[in-house]
Design a binder for this molecule. Structure first.
Ligand code: ATP
Ligand code: PAU
Ligand code: K
Length: 256
C-alpha cells in the first residue's frame, strides 16, 4: 500500500513515495520542484511512478497552490489529505494559543523530532530549526510539549528586503566573515549570524526553562549554509516533515 507524502513550502514542493504509511517504511522515490513547476508534475516527475494508494501532505503556501497540486494528484485514484495542526497528536502537545494556526510544516517537524528524541535515549528537550523561505526555531520540552517558537525571514527574503528597501545595497553572493569588509560579505554575514544568533538565543531560553541540554535538529533547503556557523552541537535532518507525515499516516491508515 504505497504512500505519497508532500510538503508544499513557499518556495518548493517536496515529495516522497514510501512503500507504506509506516515510520520505518522504505523510500521508493523522491523529488522537489519550484512552485512554478507544479503544473507539470503529472506529465513529468510523477508520470513514471507506480501509483500510490494513500497520500498525506502539508501545504503552507496557500489555497491556490494546494489546488494546483491536487489537480496533479488527479493522475491517481486517491483522496488528497492535508494535515491541520492539532492541540495534540503523536506524542506532541501543541502550546500555540490557536493550535490550528501553527504551520502544518512546523507541527509535522515537531512530531518527527519527538520520535527522534525518544529513539536517541532518555527524553530531553528539542530545538527544531527549519531554514526555508522563512526560518522557524521551535522549542519542545522533554515531555513533548511545544512551548513556542520564532519565525524569521530566510536568506532569500532578507536579501530581497534589503535590496528593495535601500538605494545602496545590491545582492551578489558574499562570504560569511567575522568582520566583513565589503557589502556582499556584510549582507551574507548579517543574514547568517542573524539566524545563528536567534538559534543560540532560543537554545538558551530552552535550557533555562527545562534545565537540560536540548537536542538541536536542523533542516530545510538552506540549513547547510548555516551549519558551519552554528557553535552548538546539532544534527542535520532533511526528512523531519516526511517523518512526521509517516507517523500521522500510520495512525490515519492503520491497515497500510
Ligand atoms: N544563495 C542564495 N542566496 C539567496 N537566497 C537563497 C540562496 N539559496 C537559497 N536561497 C533562498 O533561501 C530560501 C530557501 O530555499 P529552499 O528552496 O532551498 O528551501 P526550502 O526548504 O525548499 O523552502 P520552503 O520549504 O520554504 O519552500 C528560498 O527563499 C531561496 O530563494
Ligand atoms: C512560518 C512558515 C511560513 C514556515 O514555512 C509556515 O509554517 C507558516 O505559514 N505558518 C503559519 C503561521 C505560524 O506558524 O504561526
Ligand atoms: K518552509
Amino acid at each position: 500500500m504505497s504512500f505519497l507524502v508532500i510538503d508544499i513550502g513557499n518556495t518548493r514542493l517536496k515529495w516522497g513515495l514510501y512503500e507504506a504509511p509506516r515510520p520505518e517504511a522504505a523510500l521508493i522515490a523522491q523529488g522537489a520542484v519550484f512552485l512554478e513547476a507544479i503544473d507539470r508534475l503529472a506529465e513529468e516527475e510523477w508520470a513514471r511512478l507506480p501509483a500510490p494508494q494513500r497520500m498525506l501532505g502539508s501545504a503552507v503556501a496557500g489555497q491556490g497552490v494546494r489546488r494546483r497540486a491536487e489537480e496533479q494528484l488527479d493522475l491517481w485514484d486517491l483522496t488528497p489529505r492535508w494535515v491541520v495542526s492539532q492541540p495534540q497528536d503523536a506524542g506532541v502537545v501543541n502550546g500555540y494559543e490557536h493550535p490550528a494556526r501553527l504551520g502544518s510544516d512546523r507541527w509535522l517537524a515537531l512530531i518527527g523530532a519527538r520520535a527522534r528524541v525518544l529513539a536517541a535515549g532518555p527524553a530531553r528537550p528539542a530545538l527544531v530549526v527549519m531554514v526555508g523561505t522563512a526560518v522557524t526555531i521551535d522549542a519542545m520540552d522533554a515531555e513533548g510539549r511545544f512551548l513556542g517558537g520564532l519565525i524569521l525571514p530566510g536568506f532569500g527574503l532578507m536579501l530581497k528586503a534589503l535590496e528593495s528597501g535601500t538605494a545602496g545595497l545590491k545582492v551578489p553572493t558574499g562570504e560569511v566573515r567575522e568582520f566583513p569588509t565589503n557589502t556582499s560579505d556584510a549582507l551574507m554575514s548579517g543574514g547568517t549570524y542573524g539566524i545563528a544568533g536567534a538559534i543560540e538565543r532560543m537554545h538558551r531560553h530552552l535550557l533555562r526553562r527545562c534545565g537540560a541540554e536540548p537536542m538541536l535538529l536542523m533542516g530545510g533547503g538552506a540549513a547547510v549554509k548555516l551549519a558551519p556557523e552554528t557553535d552548538l552541537p546539532f544534527e542535520l535532518v532533511d526528512t523531519l516533515i516526511f517523518e512526521g507525515l509517516l507517523r500521522l499516516g500510520a495512525q490515519e491508515f492503520p491497515g497500510g
